[in-house]
Design a protein around this ligand. Structure first.
Ligand code: ACO
Length: 333
């Protein structure tokens, strides 16, 4: 009998410190108006000093475990999607495992803002192959630590946060399928160049801001994001016997309201069926889809049996889309 996988728990956390657009006005030449108009972002949350990625991840994980009605001891794999982990190694998933007091396997997935899609494909595969019954998949970022607060093109876009999901074996397909893509020829257009074997950390590399995000061509990123997210949604829908008209809820990577609106328009999905929830969150990279999912769930926007599509795009370039039938009962409180 085919083993299926579905999402049985969701949770998210944003650090308490809310940073409005106006905060950037005395750091770089920008304005609240420009940021709102071009991105839909009004504020984002930044973690306080000393708070690390796994702290946010564990908080979100505990909420997701509670909504799934299971204990942490039932988890038999932890997958963390992040590009701003606690340490270059070991994996952030290992720090999460330590904080949850578990002994199961744990590893990270690095696909930048597409990390949740890659992680979801991984978690689904483990469950379907019978290698795990219960996977804790977390997207978590403390992006504020790698922002260059001299660069107006990037520093206004990102925020910190974590979103967690519990993926479990099921007798019917919640998760129907995921498609993934990557284009390494465009690797340089969204990059943190320093800190790896190519440019190990030196006093000079740190002074030159090489350990912070760079996005030399935001316009190209915008265009590719719209093209690849729309195409991957069409592909995953077609592969699973659906059309875009069947979609009940589209949850795109929350990069920018204009990107998300353009993806929905290309797919002829009406705006009320798209979750655009970036205004007080910003772009939280790998955490953005599970945060948006959790907030949509708690806002009563997800109903059992709904056809839900997640789609993401990020550095690499990388992208993906998942089609699923929502199987969690609605929120009743
Ligand atoms: N404040 C004021 N002006 C700015 C700012 C800012 N924060 N940032 C850029 N500008 C300026 C530019 O320097 C440029 O000035 P110029 O004409 O004098 O050269 C002008 O605004 C227009 O720049 P564009 O890049 O053409 O502006 P655009 O309308 O494309 O918006 C933006 C820029 C918001 C970055 C857009 O390109 C975008 O959203 N790109 C995708 C970026 C993204 O989301 N990256 C996140 C990671 S990938 C992902 O998550 C999908």
């Amino acid at each position: 009998m085919t083993r299926h996988a579905t999402i049985t728990g969701v949770g998210s956390v944003l650090p308490p410190r809310l940073v409005p657009n106006a905060w950037f006005e005395d750091k770089v030449e920008t304005s609240d108006e420009w940021i709102r108009e071009r991105t839909g972002i009004e504020a984002r949350h930044f973690a306080d000093d000393g708070v690390v990625t796994s702290d946010l991840a564990v908080e979100a994980a505990r909420i997701a475990l509670a909504t799934a009605g299971i204990t942490a001891e039932q988890v038999d794999l932890i997958v963390c999607a992040s590009v701003t982990g606690d340490t270059p190694f070991p994996a952030t998933a290992v720090w999460i495992q330590q904080k949850l007091g578990l002994s199961c396997p744990a590893f990270d997935v690095n696909a930048a803002c597409a990390g949740f899609s890659y992680g979801l494909a991984t978690a689904t595969g483990f469950v379907q192959a019978g290698m795990a019954d219960t996977v804790l998949l977390i997207g978590a970022e403390v992006f504020s630590r790698i922002l260059d607060f001299h660069d107006r093109q990037t520093c206004v876009l990102f925020g910190d946060g974590a979103g967690a999901t519990v993926i479990q074996a099921a007798d019917r397909p919640g998760i129907e399928g995921t498609v993934l893509g990557a284009d390494g020829t465009a690797a340089e257009i969204l990059i943190m160049p320093g800190g790896g074997s190519r440019e190990p950390a030196t006093v000079d590399s740190v002074a030159a801001q090489r350990h912070r995000i760079q996005m030399p061509n935001g316009r190209e990123v915008f265009k590719r994001a719209v093209t690849e997210m729309a195409a991957s949604c069409r592909e995953v829908l077609e592969k699973n016997g659906h059309t875009t008209e069947d979609v009940d809820l589209l949850i795109p990577h929350q990069a920018n309201a204009r990107i998300m609106t353009a993806v929905a328009e290309r797919l002829h999905i009406p705006p009320e069926k798209a979750v655009i929830d970036v205004s007080d969150v910003g772009n939280t990279s790998a955490a953005s889809i599970p945060i948006a999912l959790d907030r949509a769930y708690r806002a009563g926007r997800m109903h059992e049996g709904d056809l839900v599509v997640f789609t993401s795009f990020g550095a690499g370039l990388t992208w993906g889309a998942t089609a699923m039938r929502w199987t969690m009962p609605g929120v009743t409180t």
